[in-house]
Design a protein around this ligand. Structure first.
Ligand code: PEP
Ligand code: MN
Length: 343
């Protein structure tokens, strides 16, 4: 951290700032410049709050030089983390494709869709048993029955399962059934839930909050790693902006931004960003092009009857076409789309 003094700061202001810094057990390093003095701070173990020094006499601004996150940063671990979801790798050279319905609606519906996405080449099955819905009158998910359906469909198809834990009451149950536990956008800053996810023993898919910065996303992941779970995949799913031509604005720039700062993999969810199926393929292409480690795409075989997010679901045929495009695009960005041999 750097405390930048004003041009007209007096000697006693600089001395006062140095003493204040030292009074917190930190080291102050005054760096006199041609126009002004800056004071470097070292010796901190945790985060130093800029507010401690901002209002001292003669101080112009306090600049954060080091980052608030540690375990998720490339400074801490230079090589990319590869997350293993029951044999499916996310974060290496291989692209991981997660697909399935927004909600688990019945055994037959989930099995039909799972078979179709597997046939098209998807690696993991998604489907919500606990749904975060804007209206309390909308379908809330099948709960435990939904988890049991996912487990049966996994048995049938061999596809590992990603499903959301909506709160701490259900997290352990979800972790028991799921191969990967999803923390949804609305819960990205639910710190109690993040800590529990850090102790659940399963890989975690952490979706970016719709109003969260990249720093906030990384700090949310830091909570999970801090509990000893480094099997975390981030997900860019669109953020709220003034744009009204999509449900959310897919912030593709967040993907290279995360890769630069963090060793954690990041995938894109073009479905919740687009909100309409006709934009999903284009956003998928752009996500792969900027370096996403995978995609999560909603697929439904009767989208007009879907109990949630039907407008943005691809049909199995459209998903199959998307997979062809992803396979064609992958080598251009030096990636592979693996085929797993399953049941
Ligand atoms: C979902 O994946 O079904 C979902 C609810 O996503 P998000 O949390 O990104 O809105
Ligand atoms: Mn959805």
């Amino acid at each position: 951290m750097l405390v930048v003094m004003r041009m007209d700061a007096r000697e006693e202001d600089i001395r006062g700032a140095v003493e204040k810094i030292e009074s917190h057990g930190l080291k102050a390093h005054p760096i006199p410049g041609a126009q002004r003095t800056a004071i470097g701070i070292t010796g901190n173990i945790g985060i130093v709050e800029p507010v401690l020094f901002e209002s001292l006499p003669g101080v112009l601004e306090v600049i954060q030089v080091s980052h608030p996150y540690k375990l998720v940063s490339r400074e801490f671990k230079a090589e990319a983390t590869v997350v293993d979801v029951s044999g499916v790798k996310i974060g290496g050279r291989d692209l991981a494709i997660i697909a399935g319905p927004c909600s688990v609606e019945s055994y037959d519906q989930t099995l039909r869709i799972a078979r179709a996405i597997k046939e098209a080449g998807a690696h993991l099955l998604r489907g919500g048993a606990y749904k975060p819905r804007t209206s309390p009158y909308s379908f809330q998910g099948l709960g435990r029955e939904g988890l049991e359906i996912l487990a049966r469909v996994r048995e049938e198809t061999g596809l590992p399962v990603v499903t959301e834990a909506l709160d701490i009451d259900v997290l352990d149950l979800v972790a028991e059934y799921a191969d990967m536990v999803q923390i949804g956008a609305r819960n990205m800053q639910n710190y109690t839930l993040l800590k529990r996810a850090g102790r659940c023993g399963k890989p975690v898919l952490l979706k970016r909050g719709m109003n969260a910065t990249v720093t906030e996303l990384l700090l949310a992941a830091e909570y999970i790693l801090d509990q000893g779970n480094n099997q975390v995949v981030l997900c860019e799913r669109g953020i709220r902006t003034f744009a009204d031509h999509t449900r959310n604005t897919l912030d593709v720039a967040a993907i290279p931004a995360v890769h630069r700062i963090s060793h954690l993999p990041i995938i894109a969810d073009p479905s919740h960003a687009a909100g309409k199926r006709h934009k999903v393929v284009a956003l998928s292409r752009s996500s792969v092009a900027v370096g996403a480690d995978g995609l999560m795409v909603e697929v439904h075989d009767a989208p007009e009857e879907a109990l949630s997010d039907g407008y943005q679901a691809l049909s199995p045929g459209e998903f199959s076409d998307l997979m062809v495009e992803v396979r064609n695009l992958a080598p251009v960005v030096d990636r592979d789309v693996p085929s797993y041999v399953g049941t």
